[in-house]
Design a protein around this ligand. Structure first.
Ligand code: SIN
Length: 305
């Protein structure tokens, strides 16, 4: 069966059928999927059966894989494949239990930001026949478009600082997370970085709102007070109902999303007795940006492809 991309009814999300992700991906299919990620933001490939090595091989076709700074809960011998799970066996957690459980964009705290996350659902909790642990998204193309003209003009050309420690400490302070504080060495490995508040998306060529509640701490060109007000406004604006989409998981789903054009939230509505087990690769946006964060000239070719 040839690959078939079926768009959802909302502003985000499409289902990709007819593609076995355990098999090598042709260059043509890869190019189609990259365009689809820009257009739909979130892609779901149902009914997959993957080893960790196959998940890694598929993910690294999209760019360089990140090894998470937590440097734990990794597939044995494969640090690029991280385990997200609430399962505890013989007193030992099998994965990071509370990954992504509030609104954020992965790796906005890096100089080299994230392109896509690739998650493989191995165990998905259900209650009363309904899946739990949805992954929710908001569309940052639409959030930019929906900004009042005054905000578009005021924030054009400005930058925001993003700090890995913001989300980490929020989880410890507000969500009862048992993750330990970051060590000095971990903090030094992830110093705060700046990115444009409005980024030109390298696939669509359109502006997106690139400031997320998980990591953005300050708009650099404003006073602290102005920045606090502006970020509070942006964080409320980007979560409007019309920008939202929720993925409902089934075992065997591979879920992939564009971190530049969306923000996401892992819904923590399941109990410790309701096991969830997901394997995740995080792909850096190396195909779109140089190491110093400047866009590659080849982005324009993708936009017009
Ligand atoms: C993540 O933020 O990458 C985790 C999403 C999820 O577990 O649903």
């Amino acid at each position: 069966m040839p690959m078939h991309i079926i768009p959802g009814t909302g502003s985000l999300g499409a289902r990709v059928e007819g593609l076995d992700l355990s098999q090598p991906l042709s260059d043509e299919t890869l190019a189609e999927l990259i365009q689809a990620l820009g257009r739909h933001g979130v892609l779901k490939y149902p009914k997959q059966k993957l080893t960790a090595a196959q998940l890694k091989a598929f993910s690294e076709r999209f760019g360089e894989l990140e090894v998470n700074v937590a440097n734990a809960y990794q597939e044995p011998g494969m640090p690029e494949v991280m385990i997200l799970s609430n399962i505890v066996e013989n007193g030992k957690p099998l994965g990071l239990a509370d990954a992504g459980q509030d609104w954020h964009t992965d790796m906005s705290y890096n100089r080299m930001i994230a392109f896509t996350n690739v998650l493989y659902g191995v165990q998905i909790p259900h209650r009363d026949g309904k899946p739990l642990g949805n992954t929710e998204f908001c569309n940052m193309h639409a959030a930019y478009e929906g900004l009042p003209e005054m905000w578009k003009q005021r924030l054009e050309g400005m930058t925001a600082t993003h700090d890995f420690n913001k989300f980490w400490e929020m989880m410890r302070r507000e969500k009862g997370s048992t993750r330990p504080p970051l060590t000095e060495a971990q903090r030094a490995a992830k110093p705060p970085v700046s990115h444009p508040v409005f980024m030109v998306h390298p696939i669509t060529g359109k502006r997106v709102l690139y400031a997320n509640p998980g990591y953005a701490i300050r708009i650099n060109e404003m006073s602290q007070e102005e920045s606090d007000d502006a970020l509070a406004f942006l964080f409320a604006h980007q979560l409007k109902a019309e920008y939202r989409y929720a993925n409902l998981w089934e075992v065997g789903d591979v879920l992939m999303w564009d971190n530049m054009g969306t923000i996401h939230n892992a819904v923590a509505d399941y109990l410790p007795s309701e096991p969830r087990y997901i394997k995740r690769c995080q792909v850096a946006a190396t195909r779109f940006f140089h190491a110093d964060g400047t866009p590659r000239a080849s982005n324009q070719a993708l936009v017009s492809a």
